[in-house]
Design a protein around this ligand. Sequence first.
Ligand code: ADP
Ligand code: ASP
Ligand code: MG
Length: 406
Amino acid sequence: MALVVQKYGGSSVADADKIKNVARQAVAAREEGNHVVVVVSAMGKTTNNLITLANQVTDSPDERELDVLLSTGELISSTLLAMALRTLGVEAISLSGAQAGIRTDSVYSRARILGVDPNRIKKELEKDRVVIVAGFQGITEEMDITTLGRGGSDTTAVALAVSLGADRCEIYTDVEGVYTADPRLVPEARKIEDIGYDEMLELASSGAKVMHSRAVELGEVYKMPILVASSFTDEPGTLIHGGASVEIANKVRGIAHDLNVAKVTVVGVPDKPGVASAIFEPLAKANISVDTIVQNASINKITDLTFTVAKSDSAKAMKVIEPVVKSIGARECVSDTKLAKVSVIGAGMQTAPGYAARMFSALYEAGINIELITTSEIRITCIIDEAKTEDALRTLHKAFELEKGL
Ligand code: ADP
Ligand code: ASP
Ligand code: MG
């Protein structure tokens, strides 16, 4: 008997009717002759609401308590889905991440899965039950509950698919698959029929939140095919896989954006050994991850050093950096939180010149100023004014003719 792991996101389980709909889809997969494991996210905006609630109680919620609090969102949806399935006459059981054997490290709010003990799920499947697992959570060696980072239920699903030896992992969401850009901002965006892990990983880590990047990483390492499709329609979705693409490669595959970007500039930095480490070590100790770093060539032994962090970390980063500015003899430290990142991504770009120039001139023609530029082998990223994000996405989508497809 084949085994399928299905994951349903927050908007797919947002109310009782939608949960009943998911129950019917799980039954359909079972009636096709599969064992079925379903991973669910919290209902609708539950996770955001829980975060707001914690912030109303205190300015700095304890991270351990916050993870337990957030994990309850997925418990609600998983238990309701089990009840809905039983009402349809199907044996079903819900399990928390801990009960499902998901072991993580102890980095609260962005824990990584260290391993999965699949025995309990296997036992339940042997009893011919549909097993529903609360996404986005796991348990440490000390038996503390952790969460996997926003969007982390995708990662729960792929990790379970891998450890149970599933035939495929299906991610059901509120769009019909992976598009050439966020279809909510770019109406011309086109659904991609299939995409390689490497391009999908770059899209996800550049902000395309349709997939959690760690889920794609796991898929790639264990060669687990991942289907992204809509829970509301029967349209075929997007297959993420490691084989050759069916689509004729346009060299740019897609465009991603990320609004969670802030820039910090340390101005008037003396150009001498040890300065960069004096700045970045305290940031690392404070658990702040730094993305882009740009250091200008120095004039008269004085330079500026700019780096980006998540918007949510910018106030903390400024607090950490301010004493360092004094100690290294720099002039001041300024931040800008009204920024966004737009990235064009495509494995074909690495062997073809001219893509960066095309991106810059398209942005220039649209009157969009580029604040910072970074690249990887298959990605070019520009940091721009947040207010211009939608303009930039539509301009670039057109410039790279992404609406054209096959
Ligand atoms: P879920 O709750 O099902 O996990 P998410 O909100 O996490 O759903 O992800 C789906 C959303 O991702 C879509 O509604 C869409 O706005 C956004 N998105 C961003 N980039 C893309 C893209 N390239 N293709 C499809 N959706 C995208
Ligand atoms: N509920 C969590 C979130 O909103 C995890 C997820 O949806 O994947 O981020
Ligand atoms: Mg998601």
